[in-house]
Design a protein around this ligand. Structure first.
Ligand code: HEC
Length: 389
């Protein structure tokens, strides 16, 4: 089915009757349809005809959480003013699941409701459950980045980050101009525990960002690191031969996870997908090349992995790999595959304020966190990947 003009949209998406068969209303199927409408709303300024407020209010009050959350998101994207009171009620209602309240908080911000900032500051404060605090902080980042940064730093310093999803919260800052700087300053004042800094670092990489200011602050909290000398062939050969003699692949395998390589790389089916799959890297790159990749990034960026960074006219930052399609070329649009979500995002020319190619996202200082003997373990592990022993 194609989703077209305003009238079709309403009939397609909002009317519960379309999702009722033999008197049985299928709320989950309806929620799926709303997700399609949300995607359309993000890309095209098409707003359905008819009494949107009434339809949305009905769905927001339905007890199916995904349906509620999607209806709230639509109220925000379409800026349906008459739903303001319902949106605020949902934001304040502590009986609702956090996912629904998160959507209400976002909608509230998108509709620029006057009460937003105050409510968000209250929910971001430390007496609330961590999940609510992080969603409030994410929305607050849009309204007041500085205040949000202070709350985020406090949350990260106090909580057990394993039970949070810090990547989403980090992304809320990294996707706004000035956000990374604000967060870095707030974190610096907090003196994070080394363990928390490590977890934030791993989370940061899964977002596909590696902003220098943040890396510096986190690295500082993690502790001392090794200075990498300038590139020299002799040093590479020395490391490779030391790795063969002293490196321990089993320890290297552990390091691959703790140093967050696995946030971006898959080995044998598990791991992230921002970087190339390394399952058989030992058979495609020589030990020398692997060592060079680890120590001097951007000497050779693998084809297709140069990051394009866009700042939109709304001040949002997107980072991704450029993907060319016939349609995009013809229309003059830019298509990016978002690093964090893997989704394709299309930008019209007039939406783009700045565009630059920034090289590899693989963070340079990462291996500097390792001691020399750990580096040897890692080199040994990678050079053996895919080889038959
Ligand atoms: C933020 C994501 C990210 C993290 C974290 C990361 N990498 Fe990468 N890595 C990449 C990307 C993207 C590329 C491809 C571009 C390039 O060559 O720089 C890459 C390339 C590589 C390559 C070369 C692969 C090839 O086929 O050319 C190796 C080897 C590698 N990474 C190892 C590691 C190791 C070991 C770690 C942990 C110390 C690590 N990476 C951490 C994103 C990451």
């Amino acid at each position: 089915m194609t989703v077209g003009g305003p009238q079709e949209l309403t009939t397609y998406g909002l009317d519960p009757k379309r999702f009722t068969r033999s008197g049985q209303y299928n709320a989950a199927a309806h929620a799926d349809a709303l997700v399609t409408l949300i995607e359309v709303a993000r890309f095209r300024d098409v707003k359905p005809a008819g009494d949107l407020a009434k339809a949305l209010q009905y769905l927001i009050q339905h007890p199916h959480p995904r349906l509620q959350a999607s209806a709230l998101t639509l109220a925000g994207s379409w800026n349906v003013e008459k739903t303001a009171a319902t949106v605020l009620d949902a934001a304040r209602n502590d009986q609702l699941p956090v996912s629904v309240r998160a959507a209400a908080l976002e909608a509230m911000v998108e509709m620029k409701l006057p009460a937003s900032r105050e409510l968000l500051v209250a929910y971001a404060a430390n007496s609330n459950p961590a999940a609510l605090r992080s969603t409030a902080i994410e929305s607050l980042a849009v309204v007041d980045t500085q205040a949000a940064a202070l709350q985020a730093a406090q949350l990260f310093a106090e909580s057990d980050l394993k039970s949070l999803d810090p990547a989403t919260t980090l992304a809320a800052f990294l996707n706004r101009s000035g956000g990374a700087q604000a967060l870095a300053a707030a974190l610096e004042a907090r003196n994070l525990k080394p363990d928390s800094a490590r977890q934030l670092l791993a989370a940061l990489f899964t977002t596909g960002h590696s902003d220098k200011v943040l890396l510096d602050v986190l690295n500082q909290s993690i502790g001392s690191f090794r200075q990498t000398p300038d590139y020299s062939k002799r040093y590479v050969l020395q490391l490779v031969s030391d790795a063969q003699q002293q490196g321990n692949a089993e320890r290297g395998k552990q390091l691959f996870k703790t140093v967050a390589c696995a946030s971006c790389h898959k080995v044998g089916g598990s791991g992230g997908k921002i970087g190339p799959d390394l399952t058989a890297i030992g058979t495609t790159l020589s030990a020398e090349r692997i060592t060079e990749e680890l120590l001097w990034l951007n000497r050779q960026v693998k084809e297709g992995y140069s990051v394009v960074r866009v700042i939109t006219d709304a001040g949002k930052i997107h980072q991704g790999y450029q993907r060319k399609t016939k349609e995009s070329e013809a229309a003059g649009n830019l298509v990016l595959q978002d690093l964090a979500t893997g989704k394709l995002i299309t930008f019209k020319k007039q939406q783009i304020d700045q565009q630059q190619t920034t090289g590899s996202v693989m963070p340079g200082k990462l291996t500097a966190l390792l001691s020399e003997s750990q580096l040897l373990d890692l080199i040994e592990y990678l050079s053996e990947l895919g080889r038959i022993k």
